[in-house]
Design a protein around this ligand. Sequence first.
Ligand code: HEM
Length: 298
Amino acid sequence: MNVSGIPVSARAPVPGWKRGWPWQEGPAGRFAPFKAVVFTLLLLPALWLLWRTSQHDLGPRPLTELILQTGNWGIRLLLVSLFVTPLRQILRRGRLALIRRMIGVASALYLLAHFILYTANHAFDLNKIVTEIAKANYLIIGLSALVGLSLLLATSTDGMIRRLGSRRWQRLHWLVFPAAILGAWHFFLQVKADISQPLLMIGFLTWLLGYRLWRYLKPQGAVLPLWALVLLGLAATAVTVAGEAAYFGWKIGTAVVPRVLEANLNIEMGLRPGIWVLLAATGVTVAAGLATMKARRS
Ligand code: HEM
C-alpha cells in the first residue's frame, strides 16, 4: 500500500497491457459501466459550458464567466479526487481506486482551460499577461498551484509511473496537497463578496490533511478509528468557523466576531460553511461506522 492508498500492484503496469479508454478496465479492455458513468459526469460541466457558449448564454462577459466556471469546476474536482482514497479506505470499496486518476486528470484539464481562457481574455498578449500576473498576488499563487498540478498531470501516465518508480512517483504526487492549498488560497483572495465556497474548501482540506497525517503517522494500514474521525470532523469544523470569524473580524471589525459565531449556532439564519463541513464529516463517520459493522458481520 502507498501514500495515496492505491495498492502498488494496481499501479504497476501489466506487461503488454495497453491502457485503453477511460471507460475500459483490465487487460482485455472490458467495458466498465462504473468508470463510464464517472467519465460522463466529468464531461458534463464542459459540455454544459460549450452548449451555453453556442447559445450565447454566458452573460455580458462570456470569457470571464468561462474563467469563473472552469476555476470552480477545477477546484471542486481537485477536492473530489483527494476524497477518493479516504472514502475507498473508510468504506472498504476497492473499486474507487479506478476513478481517482480520471478525476485528478479532469481537474487539471479544467484548470488548464481556466488559465488558457485567462490568456484569451488578454488577447494572448504575453507582455500584458506577465505584467498583470506579476502585479497580483492571487494570480502568482494560482499560477504556482497550476505549475504543480501540470507537473502531476504530466507524470500521470503509466509510462511515467514506470520510469519514475513507484516510490519516487508517490513522493512527487504529495505535491497535490500544496497545490490544492494554493488553489484554495487563490480562490479565497479573488472572491469579491461571498466567501462561503472558499471557506468550505478550507474546511474540507483541513479534514483531508488531518486524515493523511494520521495515515502517515500510523502507516500500518489501519482505518481511522471512529473517535479519530469524530475529532477530525470537529477540527475541520472549528477551522472553518474560525476562518469565517477571522475574515469578518478583519474586514468589518472584531465586534462582528460574536455574531459570526452565533450565526454558526443558529441554523435558522441559514447553514454556514462550518455547519456544512460538520454535516459532511458526520456523514463520513456514520458511513465508516456502518462499513465497520458490516465488515465485522461478514
Ligand atoms: C490550480 C490553480 C487554480 C485554481 C484552483 C483556480 C481556481 C479559481 C476559482 C475557484 C476561481 C473563482 C471562481 C468564482 O469566484 O466563482 C478563480 C478565479 C480566477 N482565476 Fe483562477 N485558479 C487557478 C489558477 C489560475 C491562474 C494560473 C490564473 C491566471 C494566471 C487564474 C486566474 C483567475 C482569474 C483572473 C479569476 C477571477 C476572474 C474574475 O473574477 O473576473 N487562476 N480561479
